[in-house]
Design a binder for this molecule. Structure first.
Ligand SMILES: Nc1ncnc2c1ncn2[C@@H]1O[C@H](COP(=O)(O)OP(=O)(O)OP(=O)(O)O)[C@@H](O)[C@H]1O
Length: 261
């Protein structure tokens, strides 16, 4: 196992005064995000939590330019992503979605694919990169020759994570990665994520409705409601001592009781 990369507190992602407005089919404008400002540091996990429809997914989609903000800007390593080569941006910012997607072929083929696509040297099953990535993602090496689509959903979700991190992105975006998993399988993914964040010094931004997960692995937490940040700070502190009426109300909803312990 490699050395842990210490977080240096440097912001990797800076979201500055971001707003997003959409126009619906009838030409009506809807404000999805307003004045959103935060930063995500290397080697830290930033969780974005909040009620459904609050804008969490819309926000992380802006960070790898699946969409562009209407106002404000987003910097990656100090550079505005609006002016960055899209291919370079995709190299630096990886995304793992709620439902894993495996390409046809073996798990090894799936791990090699992003590197082959970039015409970079493709590591073989015995290579340090593949072994190390499997270890971080908590996947057994004997799964490498299995048809990736025959893996369990929990294994496929960790395989998606492995495929995203084998290229060493600087930022990892995850949208509800544990929502399709049962608790033990979700816990395995969470542990893998923590290892990857610490060992590779990535900035991880995690959208989740699962406060238990956020309480367990997030370093920083952002509470987003109706497109605005209502509260932000160190996760343990924000969850233990919520200050805003909105977050206090959210945490008090009966279905959340005990979920952030
Ligand atoms: N492509 C779109 N066109 C128009 N409105 C959209 C679009 N995508 C999302 N929205 C609206 O933006 C708002 C925020 O949605 P978003 O999916 O970002 O919220 P969320 O916090 O991720 O919700 P959930 O937890 O349910 O996934 C919602 O009102 C949604 O209806």
């Amino acid at each position: 196992m490699t050395e842990i990369v210490p977080p240096d507190g440097q912001p990797m992602v800076q979201v500055e005064g971001v707003g997003l407005t959409r126009t619906d089919g009838q030409g009506r404008e809807a404000v999805i995000l307003s004045e959103v400002t935060f930063s995500a540091a290397k080697g830290r996990i930033t969780a974005i939590v909040g009620p459904s429809g609050g804008g969490k997914s819309s926000l992380i989609r802006l960070i790898n330019r699946l969409d562009d903000p209407t106002t404000g800007r987003i910097l990656l390593g100090g550079e505005d992503i609006a002016g960055m080569d899209p291919l370079l941006l995709r190299r630096r910012v990886a995304m793992v979605l709620q439902r894993p997607f495996m390409f046809p072929g073996t798990l090894l083929h799936n791990l090699q694919r992003p590197l082959a696509y970039r015409r970079e040297a493709v590591p073989d099953a015995g290579s340090v990169e593949v072994r190390r990535t499997l270890e971080l993602a908590r996947l057994a090496p004997d799964l490498l020759e299995r048809d990736a689509r025959s893996l369990s959903i929990g294994q496929q979700q960790r395989a998606s994570l492995a495929r995203a991190v084998i290229t060493s992105p600087r930022v990892l975006l995850l949208d509800e990665p544990t929502s399709a998993l049962d608790r033990p399988t979700g816990d395995q993914l969470a542990a893998a994520l923590q290892d990857i964040c610490r060992h590779q010094g990535m900035a991880v931004i995690l959208v989740t409705h699962d406060l238990r997960l956020a309480g367990k692995i997030a370093d920083d937490l952002i509470y987003l409601e109706a497109g605005r940040i209502r509260e932000a700070g160190p996760a343990a502190h924000v969850l233990a001592e919520p200050a805003s009426a909105e977050l206090i109300g959210f945490l008090a909803e009966p279905e959340r009781e005990g979920k952030h312990g």
